[in-house]
Design a protein. Structure first.
Length: 366
């Protein structure tokens, strides 16, 4: 019996085609682009330095242009203009690398990666889009007592934009993952009104609702076939009529690692292990087993600290895709390490789609 969720049905519904072009900077594998595409936008160009990410985007026919550019370099705009004119840019979205801001690493104001938002600034200042969106870790909001956040708002405000900021959690928008990120959205004529949460706590899509129709892989063999029927509306919609199960390859753990995983209860972590067990990892996220009755924790790009709520292994790339609300028809390219990094760094698709819809409604009313 399929668990019904009317809100999920509305969340997945694709929007009507809009005559608006999007440029996606630091596009990665395309979470923002796919969300905007589902909302009806045309993805004019995706720009990233990672070849695997662009290969993934192109394999899924996301954009007109895929530009492999290093946005650290000062002449990147010259290369951009060889394929796309400023007049063709309506919306700019960007998710600059977050390592400089992340709560899990050292915060350095002079970290070169923390200056990458200036690439967004340069394109906004030259093309003057109707709106822009920047996504980053929530730690940016408080970095150096908010100085970095204030500087970004001030810089873009100087270009004539009204800049709004807010930390949003993906689980409030139909994504089966608790993932908090800071968003900057700038409009030309007014402040952006961020959407309210769509889902109450009792309505959150859980790990089990997202994943329990996928093969267990207990035999450690990759499978290209679905072996169970859908048990939730989320599963039915995320399958997207896919006939082949992609990127569902198990990780082969050592017997020692499996022994530790088995001792972690559902929803538990290293604090629940007996003394002397799992001593190699004692940091906050170590040996974390998801709770099947809740959304997952924020998935990690390293793909070694979180484990399936039921099976004694890390989630597969496909399972992480679902936790990020990528449809099963979305193929991820590259090595498995690269695939996990691409998906771990992505903006959840359904959250991107909701923001895309709100941006359209608010610029349309001007």
């Amino acid at each position: 019996m399929i668990k019904k969720n009317k809100k999920i049905l509305r969340t997945f519904k694709c929007g009507k085609k809009k005559n608006l072009n999007v440029i996606d900077l630091f596009s990665g594998c395309g979470g923002l682009s796919l969300g905007f595409q589902m909302a009806g936008y045309n993805i004019k160009g995706m720009i990233d330095f990672d070849e695997d990410s662009l290969e993934t985007a192109e394999a899924n026919n996301l954009a007109e242009h895929y530009l492999n550019l290093d946005l650290f370099k000062e002449n990147w705009l010259d290369e951009f203009l060889k394929q796309i004119n400023f007049s063709e840019v309506d919306i700019i979205v960007a998710g600059p690398p977050c390592q400089g801001f992340s709560l899990t690493g050292p915060r350095k104001l002079d970290d070169k990666r923390n200056q990458l938002y200036k690439a967004v600034y340069d394109l906004v200042s030259k093309s003057k889009p109707k709106a822009f969106l920047i996504e980053n870790v929530k730690g940016m909001a408080t970095l150096y007592k908010g100085k970095v956040k204030e500087d970004i708002v001030e810089q873009f405000s100087s270009l004539g934009y009204f800049v709004s900021t807010k930390i949003l959690n993906s689980k409030n928008f139909g994504v089966p993952q608790s993932r908090e990120r800071l968003f900057y959205i700038g409009l030309k004529d007014k402040y952006f009104d961020f959407p309210s949460s769509l889902f109450e706590e009792s309505e959150y899509v859980t790990c089990r609702e997202a994943l329990d129709d996928l093969p267990s892989l207990e035999n450690l063999e990759e499978t290209l076939a679905y072996t169970s029927n859908e048990s939730s509306d989320f599963q039915k919609l995320i399958k997207n009529n896919s006939k082949k199960l992609m990127n569902h390859q198990p990780t082969r753990h050592t017997s020692e690692v499996i022994s530790v995983i088995k001792q972690v209860p559902e929803g538990g972590n290293h604090k629940d292990l007996p003394p002397g067990v799992g001593e190699s990892r004692k940091f906050n996220e170590a040996w974390t087993r998801y709770d099947g009755k809740k959304p997952s924790r924020t998935i990690d790009t390293g793909h070694r600290n979180h484990f399936h709520y039921e099976y004694h292994r890390v989630p597969t790339v496909r399972e992480n895709c679902r936790l990020q609300s990528f449809p099963d028809t979305y193929e991820v390219c590259g090595t498995k390490t690269s695939q996990n990094k691409q998906i771990g760094n992505a903006v959840p698709v359904l959250l991107a789609k909701k923001l895309a819809e709100e941006i359209y409604e608010q610029i349309k009313s001007n």
